[in-house]
Design a protein around this ligand. Structure first.
Ligand SMILES: [Zn+2]
Ligand SMILES: [Zn+2]
Length: 304
């Protein structure tokens, strides 16, 4: 494995992220004494609804990779649902993920384990300021298809307000146990599941495709993250709406997308091509898709 170790002594701490992540973990631990089976059930239901639909289907396959299209009103609705995940501004989420695909496991990958091991890729990279994040001109180049929508700026600015918007409803339904488990425990669990896609699936598991990065397929991440664990397949053909490619690689999100296509809400679904060895991706497919929309100038900038 090529080492691109980062000297953290040269980086500035990102206190906003450090405090936010610490607080959400303290609140998740504080939820334990509030345990009831009903509260646990609410946590699981919200987890297995918000995570596949909000994060996996919307933030990842729809907004980051444009693996299918939906009507604009429905895209806004889904993105709002995604903000319930509490995973930060949608514009940054998508920009950082496209950057990850473009520079996967090289120097400019925002969260490669090659920079600092498993924990770096899982969470500790978030504890430091990244030049990419701090430079709006730089990151907005990666999301021209989203920055043209005022709504995504609004959603990015008030993402935590949206994430906490279900608190009054949950309190009304079941008091503090529902709030602590349905919001804070659930957000903490969902963060770790998303982070496992950055850490575990660039470290363990098997590979169907000979990609240039360290991406791999990990079955338990695929179960927890609704198909995202088939990450090597995804890196091989990143704008494909299906991540599971072998018969045993169950991909819940792919089934949801096919369901949306069946009822006419999803169109232009990128179906998988034949499974074959992919030696090289000159330019990431996600970038190609956006380039189709925004022309060659964007494409040239991406190559620079
Ligand atoms: Zn990856
Ligand atoms: Zn991706």
């Amino acid at each position: 494995m090529k080492n691109t170790k980062i000297d953290t002594s040269t980086l500035k701490y990102h206190w906003g992220n450090i405090i936010g992540i610490t607080v959400i973990h303290i609140l998740a631990l504080a939820a334990i004494p509030f345990f009831t089976w009903k509260a646990f059930l609410v946590c699981m239901i919200l987890f297995f609804v918000i995570s596949p639909i909000g994060v996996t289907l919307t933030y990842h396959r729809l907004l980051s990779h444009r693996a299918f299209k939906v009507p604009q009103w429905f895209e806004y609705f889904l993105a709002t649902f995604g903000a319930l995940s509490g995973q930060g501004p949608v514009l940054m989420w998508v920009a950082e993920h496209r950057l990850h695909h473009r520079f996967s496991d090289t120097k400019n990958d925002p969260h490669s384990a090659r920079h600092g091991g498993f924990w770096w890729s899982h969470v500790t990279h978030l504890f430091y300021h990244k030049e990419f994040e701090d430079n709006k001109k730089l990151w907005s180049r990666y999301v021209p298809d989203l920055t043209i929508h005022k709504y995504y700026h609004f959603l990015s600015k008030y993402n935590f307000v949206v994430a906490l918007s279900i608190v009054p409803f949950l309190y009304w339904m079941g008091g503090m146990p529902f709030v602590m488990w349905g919001v804070f425990m659930r957000i903490a669990l969902m963060l770790h599941v998303t982070w496992f896609v950055n850490s575990a699936t660039h470290r363990w598991g098997y590979r169907n495709f000979d990609t240039k990065d360290d991406s791999s397929n990990v079955w338990w991440v695929a179960i927890l993250a609704a198909g995202e664990g088939w990450h090597n397949n995804h890196h091989a053909q990143s704008n494909c709406a299906a991540h599971g490619r072998m018969w045993w690689e169950f991909d819940l999100t792919w089934q949801l997308i096919k369901g949306l296509e069946f009822v006419g809400l999803a169109t232009d679904v990128k179906y998988p091509g034949p499974v074959r060895q992919v030696k090289e991706c000159e330019l990431d497919n996600a970038v190609e898709v956006v380039a189709d929309q925004f022309g060659n100038q964007f494409k040239e900038e991406m190559r620079a």
